[in-house]
Design a protein around this ligand. Structure first.
Ligand code: DGY
Length: 320
């Protein structure tokens, strides 16, 4: 009998094609993993799971007694309850090292789009409103030579600092669990406590992973510390921000605007008030979503999966 693998929300199905001689690969997408009976049945025999954002919590793990590994097709792994997994001898892995530049491009892109009001101006032209020279109504704000405050100076944060410093002559401030000496040397990034970063930055960019410490890291108090002219950019996870506080900050003009790639609930609900602000630029959690990078991530996730299934220590193990 073939060994069972579950592929959950795994888009590049062809990457898994070579596994099919040896493994029985069951694909699931657009299901509720807590209630979908076919998925729950598959868990019983599954030795490996590969995919995106599956909540691997105690309930799921109890339903999967043969599981050896959950291979995340993402660099973030806040969906993995690592303590519960480790207790049961289940490995967790992620896909770092292949998506940093791509994600930095996207997040810097929405920063630029918010500052220069590109989506709004796109609609202005397409709706036939470009009838005369622009007036102050259409003016925006500069990016170059401004201060970019990066919260979470890991690999993606550093790539964003590179774009800001080398491409746009920006002054880089950062806040992180530990000092990033390379970013300090290469991009003249200056380490800063959180409050000072919030007070001094023209762009406050959140790139931290979601952990117990970073959940709701940015709320009412933090928005009030930001400049009224600041643009807030979230490229991390939606739950690092108190969305209600962000809505209030936008309503009260406490900040100039926001650029959001992530939400507390994804896909974002159409009744989320954040979608109503013209000064909020938004994208559907697309940081790594290019053909080139998604293929690299899928292949890396598959390598991690196979190592785990074959009793080897996967390269990107994240269990403590
Ligand atoms: C990641 O890799 O963590 C991206 O945010 C996609 O989930």
């Amino acid at each position: 009998m073939k060994r069972k693998i579950i592929a959950y929300n795994f888009v590049l199905t062809e990457v898994l094609e070579p596994l099919k001689d040896e493994y029985d690969v069951e694909f699931f997408e657009k299901i509720n993993p807590k209630t979908d009976q076919a998925f729950i049945n598959a868990l019983q025999d599954a030795e490996g799971i590969i995919g995106l954002a599956l909540p691997a919590d105690a309930e799921l793990l109890d339903r999967a007694p043969n599981l050896k590994i959950v291979s995340n097709n993402s660099t973030g792994y806040n969906n993995l309850s690592l303590d519960e997994m480790t207790k049961r001898g289940v490995m967790g892995t992620n896909t770092p090292g292949v998506l940093e530049g791509t994600t930095a491009d996207a997040i810097f892109g929405i920063l630029l789009a918010a500052a220069r009001r590109i989506p709004e101006m796109d609609q202005f032209v397409k709706n036939g409103n470009w009838q005369h020279h622009l007036t102050t109504e259409q003016f925006a704000v500069d990016v170059h030579h401004k201060t970019l405050g990066i919260i979470g100076m890991g690999k993606i944060g550093s790539e964003i600092a590179k774009r800001g410093h080398c491409g746009f002559d920006m002054n880089i401030l950062y806040h992180n669990r530990s000092r990033n000496i390379e970013a300090e040397e290469k991009y003249h990034a200056e380490y800063c406590d959180l409050d000072n970063l919030l007070k001094k930055s023209d762009f406050v960019l959140l790139m931290t992973p979601l952990t117990q410490e970073t959940e709701n890291l940015i709320g009412e108090r933090e928005f009030k510390l930001m400049k009224n002219s600041a643009i807030f950019v979230n490229g991390s996870r939606g739950k690092t921000v108190d969305e209600a506080a962000l809505i209030e900050a936008l309503k009260n003009n406490e900040i100039y605007g926001a650029a959001l790639d992530v939400y507390q609930i994804e896909p974002v609900k159409m009744n989320n008030p954040l979608l109503q602000f013209p000064n909020v630029v938004t994208t559907p959690h697309l940081g790594s979503a290019t053909f080139e990078t998604e293929e690299k991530m899928a292949k890396l996730a598959m390598e991690n999966l196979l190592d785990g299934l074959n009793g080897k220590r996967p390269k990107n193990l994240v269990n403590p």
